[in-house]
Design a binder for this molecule. Structure first.
Ligand code: FAD
Length: 316
């Protein structure tokens, strides 16, 4: 069933979470461990993040360094299929623009179709620019361009313009949004302009970047509704588990930490104390979101599976 239908048919606020593929060479058991822990809360779907490749310098036996292209967390497509087969839970692999050529994306779509994985989250990806020597024509710049490729694929149009028999089950997908504005957007109006494009062109729902202040989410949703965006806007939530996340999360994800929470985190002497503070905040945040009537809550689990478990135990 499509994610949008799973959310709409859910009798209570739907529960979902995202997992990262294991570091290259590590066992998929790490993924299963997270799912086994969170399964009792009836996740409606599970997202699998995708990671671009990076150029790194590897030391050679002769003392020189060689530049190599390394994908640290490969396997999103295979993991999505493995999850669906093992757990019969809808898997949602993330498809990103940068680090993957348009052609590689087309092959990934073909594989996903064969594997019966038909729900996606379409994103630009963390990387904005290409490495020297990479041909910009091979890559999409924005998530909306990737969206067009997926829409064309759904209609049976391949990259080179040739046509094929369209899928019986077309891909459905969600896309990303930022209650506190995307870091590169000159202003929120501009961000919302492109968000409207995403929805007009077929995004079934939007998932937010993490936020810690519900008021920011409410006012963002209100603004989107005023602009005619009617699809579900699913809050993306992360419990804080380390003291240093007080500064790391605003720096990396541009999510503000409200001063009340910041003051409590600053007073923590250990990560254990920070984890307790983060847990309490997250439970209160989620309870309020549910009371507000959000259709679904999506959890970011990286390094936080134990806390997500405790939050889910409180709210479901
Ligand atoms: P876009 O929608 O392309 O937007 C990027 C910026 O460009 C915005 O400022 C937007 O306003 C602007 N813009 C959009 N379209 C245009 C246009 N046509 N012309 C000019 N400007 C435009 N990253 C990963 O690498 N892997 C993941 O698995 C991953 N998962 C994520 C999951 C969620 C729920 C979220 C919220 C983010 C995730 N990210 C992931 C991070 C994401 O890739 C980055 O935040 C990225 O910088 C932006 O992605 P986007 O899809 O929102 O980009």
């Amino acid at each position: 069933m499509r994610v949008i239908d799973l959310i709409k048919n859910s009798k209570q606020t739907a529960f979902s979470f995202e997992i990262l593929p294991p570091l290259k060479g590590n066992s998929i058991q790490r993924v299963y461990n997270v799912i086994d822990k969170l399964r009792e809360f009836d996740p409606k779907y599970i997202n699998i993040t995708s990671h671009h490749s990076e150029f790194i310098y590897k030391a050679q036996p002769d003392g020189t360094y060689k530049k190599v292209n390394l994908r640290k967390r490969p396997g999103s497509v295979a993991i999505a299929s493995a999850i669906q087969n093992k757990y019969d839970i809808t898997a949602v692999p993330h498809i990103i623009c940068k680090g993957f050529t348009k052609e590689e994306t087309e092959y990934a779509l073909i594989d996903l179709n064969f594997l019966g994985v038909h729900d996606l989250l379409l994103l630009r990806g963390d990387v904005k620019s290409l490495e020297p020597g990479q041909d910009p024509a091979l890559y999409h710049d924005y998530a909306t361009e990737l969206q067009k490729q997926v829409n064309d694929f759904n209609k049976g149009i391949s990259l080179d313009g040739s046509t094929f028999e369209a899928n019986e089950t077309p891909f459905s997908y969600g896309m990303a949004c930022y209650p506190e504005k995307h870091e590169e957007a000159p202003n929120l109006d501009s961000d919302i302009h492109f968000l409207k494009e995403k929805v007009k062109n077929g995004a079934d729902y939007l998932v937010t970047q993490m936020f810690f202040d519900n008021e920011k989410y409410y006012s963002f949703v209100e603004r989107c509704r005023a602009e005619g965006i009617t699809v579900p806007i699913i809050p993306g939530i992360k419990p804080i588990v380390f003291r240093n996340q007080l500064t790391v999360l605003p720096r990396i994800f541009r999510s503000d930490i409200p001063e009340v929470l910041a003051t409590e985190l600053r007073a923590c002497k250990t990560d254990e104390e920070a984890k307790a503070v983060g847990l309490e905040w997250c439970i209160a945040q989620c309870k309020e979101l549910i009371a507000h009537g959000v259709p679904s809550i999506h959890f970011y689990t990286l390094m936080a599976t134990d806390s997500v478990y405790k939050v889910a135990k409180e709210i479901y």
